[in-house]
Design a protein around this ligand. Sequence first.
Ligand code: SAH
Length: 218
Amino acid sequence: MQHLKDTFKHKGKRKQLIMELSEMGIKDQRILDAFDQVPRHFFLDLAFDDQAYSNMAFQIGSGQTISHPYTVAFQTELLEIQKGEKVLEIGTGSGFQTSILCELGAKVFSIERHSDLHLAAKFVIEHLKYTPKLFFGDGYKGNALNAPFDKILVTCGAPEIPNELLKQLKVGGIMVIPVGEGQEQKMLKLIKQSETSFSKEEFGTFKFVPMLERTVKK
Ligand code: SAH
């Protein structure tokens, strides 16, 4: 469990991480500022406290990982978030990415299939006073009740583009999703052109935990 204390040391390390992300090609200052505001170490086990601001992924329980900071920043940049937009995230995980989206002023809806991760993320996010809607459920189904969404972000590796999610995206909306059957996925940015068509652009190879069906209660 974390102590939820943000020290000068953490803040200093956060500035270094932001410089690193900027050197790696993250251009959007709003995203770099959001990384300055959200204490990533809150979302990690105390054992990782010292490394929380290195560009690494860590175990968060239930066999899942928090994404690399660069991956979070990169996916967020592809989404081109504007204030007030409705964003659906699949894979709340630690809740770090969720908090970055909230910090950018999005109205966030996030789904997690592991109940223990869902609850742990809820605890930290509430502590930080962000107010996304967090759901325990199967992301393949999306969230029809709150659809359509301006943006959809998938933070687990999908074997294919889930049709239900495409349906829940607004025309003109953007979906960012890593797609691939094996250990690696291609980062795709889809723009929904009409109810029946979308454009697709590819942005390199990444490694995500797999997107799996059904919920897991522990
Ligand atoms: N955005 C997260 C990344 C966590 S890893 C973060 O910042 O920490 C991806 C998460 O997707 C895992 O927690 C995994 O349990 C979840 N996941 C996998 N398949 C899912 C599905 N079908 N529906 C919802 N969540 C899913």
